[in-house]
Design a protein around this ligand. Structure first.
Ligand SMILES: [Cu+2]
Length: 142
C-alpha cells in the first residue's frame, strides 16, 4: 500500500500549489456577486481579471461548492433583444485587464446552496489553461 504512505500523500497534495506559484501575475480584484431575491435560482458574479504576464492567459472554467453549477457567460444584444451566451473560454491579452460587469461578461451562478445576503463572502475557483487555479473570495453586494 505504498500509495497510502502519509508522506507521499502530502507530496501529491502540494503539487498543484507549487505549479500555481509561478503564475501569480494573474490576479482578480473587485470580485463581487449581486444579491438575488430570496430563493433565486441564479445569481451573477463580477470582477476585474488582470493578466500581468507577457503571455495570453485563457480562463477555461469556474466552480464553487456554494452553487450547483458555475458557467462563464456573456450578455449580448441582438436586434433589440438581450440574451446571454455561454463563453467556453475567455482569452486575457498579455498585460491587460478584462472586466466582468453587468451587461457583459459574468459568472452565472446556478442553484445557490444557501441564501446569500449582502456582506456575505463566497469562494469561487477560476481555472486557466495550463493548470493555473485561483481561489477568489467574492463579496455579496446589493
Ligand atoms: Cu448568464
Amino acid at each position: 500500500m505504498r500509495w497510502r504512505h502519509p508522506a507521499f500523500a502530502g507530496l501529491l497534495a502540494l503539487t498543484p500549489i507549487a505549479a500555481a506559484t509561478g503564475e501569480a501575475d494573474v490576479s482578480v480584484r473587485d470580485a463581487w456577486v449581486r444579491e438575488g431575491p430570496p430563493g433565486a435560482a441564479m445569481m451573477a458574479g463580477y470582477m476585474v481579471l488582470q493578466n500581468k504576464t507577457s503571455r495570453p492567459q485563457v480562463l477555461v472554467a469556474a466552480s464553487s461548492s456554494s452553487f450547483g453549477n458555475v458557467m462563464i457567460h456573456r450578455t449580448i444584444a441582438k436586434e433589440g433583444m438581450t440574451g446571454m451566451e455561454h463563453a467556453p473560454q475567455i482569452e486575457l491579452l498579455p498585460k491587460a485587464s478584462l472586466l466582468f460587469a453587468p451587461g457583459g461578461y459574468h459568472l452565472m451562478l446556478l442553484n445557490p446552496k444557501r441564501t446569500l445576503h449582502a456582506g456575505d463572502r463566497v469562494d469561487i475557483t477560476l481555472e486557466f489553461r495550463g493548470g493555473l487555479v485561483l481561489a477568489v473570495a467574492y463579496e455579496v453586494r446589493k
